[in-house]
Design a protein around this ligand. Structure first.
Ligand code: TAP
Length: 480
């Protein structure tokens, strides 16, 4: 192990900036209301402390929310000009910026991600999505969808727990810009920033019913997507649930977009700048504890540099700091839930049983909370489960290749197609890989970079439809 040049002093972010209520209702028609279902607890995965009790919306509550959204659509939002919709979105974006610290702390407490990531990535990007779509709201007739594209109506939106506020922004901002109203269900384990966002809607004077937030688990999500009066379903989550939703929506008039799982290849050629590539590998799979749908979880390294890359990577991983997510120096936070931790343990166990060689960074795991050390597997073959299944945790599978053709064949050997990375000095090779790899996003000499202007989405079992950019607007407009 490398000697540490210096020790870090604790640098905790203060949680005094957030005011968490002991109990939350549902946000329907511009007001917080009691749900009629049971209540559930949301916990801080880093400490197992209960943060709050939250209402689980029943089918009746979902119906109330959809009715509110329909009413707001008919009476107000469909008649609000693009210019005025843009003003609301701009206002929301500004409030998110003003309350950024509060949102970042709340996100880290509820999700377990390091504060430096919620502060520097999640919240600024969420605000950027509202700013970006504020700009589109009065320019839809210039978006290439005809002279007067119409909204769809009421959008049912279901999101996962890995980027709670950011996924909300990806869903709500384009929907409102295009003139739809929404009912959104956040994930069961991370409802708090969506509920704080409801306060932002009030603060921005958004007309009641334009945004409705119904908390709950899978059954609430199911009731929402199956509700007969929604016009559009937008889902981000696992491929398994995405398939169930596709079946439920099939044969109805509802429009559907699905952003599902991934098993992205991050391809390192022997002419790549190795130190930068190692940083890119770390960013690709250890950012947000690997709870990233487009994570570079399959490393494909050209054989001639494989030993060197793996050695430098291990050295780098020993310097990552795992622990209190509220500490500003923390790189690796907590796993979001015991269920997710169990899934990671099961799949890494299978990796060992199938003969791959496991190496984990030597770090102490806290006694309480849900933790998993950054881990990599070598001697991995394409048939191994750890090379095929989405682990959704801080686990990297390393495979090798000899020629560009072999790299392409291996990169595409997956039922998924969300993202990929290429590291090489040659521009021509980047272009060839970008064309040949079947993935919605191909990053070149970088990884996990996002921008609201850049469409994001997948092929094959990673789903269909795009979020962000001009293409993302199409998902919320009545255009073929
Ligand atoms: P899921 O279990 O699929 O959950 C996603 C959301 O759907 C949650 O809000 C969930 O509620 C809800 N849900 C569960 N069953 C449902 C049903 N039958 N009908 C309607 N809604 C239902 O995924 P997850 O574990 O939260 O997230 C991890 C997965 O999401 C990974 O596979 C990851 O790759 C994918 N993901 C994809 C992307 C993009 S952009 N492609 C982005 C982030 C994550 P509960 O919270 O109660 O389960």
């Amino acid at each position: 192990m490398q000697p540490t040049p210096f020790e870090y002093a604790p640098a905790p972010e203060s949680r005094a900036v957030v005011d968490i209520a002991s109990s939350y209702g549902l946000y329907i028609d511009g007001a917080f209301v009691d749900g009629t279902g049971r209540r559930f607890k949301t916990v801080n995965p880093a400490t197992e402390e209960v943060l709050a009790e939250v209402a689980e919306a029943s089918g009746g509550d979902v119906d109330r929310a959809v009715k509110a959204a329909r009413h707001a659509y008919n009476r107000v939002w469909s008649k609000t000009s693009g210019r005025d919709r843009g003003k609301y979105l701009f206002r929301i974006a500004r409030i998110l910026q003003e309350r950024a610290r509060e949102f970042a702390v709340l996100e880290t407490l509820d999700n377990g991600k390091p504060i430096k990531e919620s502060r520097d990535v999640d919240i600024p990007l969420a605000a950027a999505h509202f700013f970006y779509h504020a700009g589109w709201a009065d320019k839809l007739s210039y978006a290439g969808f005809g002279s007067d594209p119409k909204p769809l109506g009421v959008a049912a939106q279901v999101i996962p727990w890995n980027f709670p506020l950011l996924m909300l922004a990806w869903k709500i901002a384009p929907a409102l810009a295009a003139g739809n109203t929404v009912v959104l269900k956040p994930a069961e384990t991370t409802p708090l920033t969506a509920l704080l966002f409801a306060e932002v809607c009030e603060q921005a004077d958004l007309p009641p019913g334009v945004v409705n937030i119904v908390t709950g688990a899978g059954a609430t999500g199911q009731a929402l997507v199956e509700h007969a009066d929604v016009d559009k379903v937008a889902f981000t989550g696992s491929t398994e649930v995405g398939k169930a939703i596709a079946r439920a929506v099939a044969g109805t008039r509802k429009r559907l977009t699905l952003e599902l799982g991934g098993k992205a290849a991050n391809v390192i050629f022997d002419d790549a700048p190795i130190d930068q590539a190692v940083e890119g590998i770390v960013r690709g799979i250890f950012f947000n504890q690997g709870h990233v749908c487009c994570a570079g979880s399959r490393l494909l390294v050209q054989e001639t540099v494989a030993d060197e890359v793996v050695e430098r990577l291990k050295r780098r991983l020993t310097t990552l700091r795992l622990g209190d997510p509220m500490d500003k120096n923390t790189d690796i936070g907590a796993i979001n839930s015991p269920e997710q931790l169990e899934r990671i343990r099961t799949l890494t166990g299978i990796g060992e049983e199938e003969g791959a060689t496991r190496w984990s960074a030597p770090c102490e795991l806290p006694d309480r909370g849900y933790w998993f050390a950054p881990t990599l597997f070598t001697d991995v073959s394409q048939a191994h489960r750890i090379a095929r299944d989405e682990i959704f945790g801080p686990v990297l599978s390393v495979l090798t290749f000899r020629t560009p053709d072999e790299a392409i064949a291996k990169a595409n050997n997956t039922p998924y197609g969300l993202s990929a990375g290429v590291w090489t000095e040659k521009g021509s090779r980047i272009l060839r890989m970008a064309n040949a790899v079947r993935a919605g996003v191909v990053w070149a000499n970088t990884f996990n970079h996002f921008d609201p202007a850049s469409p994001f989405g997948g092929y094959k079992e990673s789903g269909f439809g795009r979020e962000g950019g001009r293409h993302g607007l199409a998902a919320y407009l009545d255009v073929a």
